[in-house]
Design a protein around this ligand. Sequence first.
Ligand SMILES: [Zn+2]
Length: 97
Amino acid sequence: MARILIWSISEITVFKWGLEEMLYTCPVCCYPGLERQPRQFLICPSCGTEFGYDDATLTHEVLRYRWIQNGAAWHSRAISKPHGWDPWVQLALGGRL
Ligand SMILES: [Zn+2]
């Protein structure tokens, strides 16, 4: 049973990542897996930006610079980072490097 459960969860994850048109990209760190538009206090699991709060006083460029200065680490403890996640690849794919 445990094997089936794990297989099902990973299949759902793959399914979610395949639905690109339903996901949003973080304008700060270019994480492409946001489930809602980056506003209304959504917190990006990758860079930790709280939209509507952090970006109310700082630009996305400044927030990105700060995230990079702090090591560009995965932020969320509740959401684990995608397998093979690399912040530099993510930034490069988003055209921010
Ligand atoms: Zn982000």
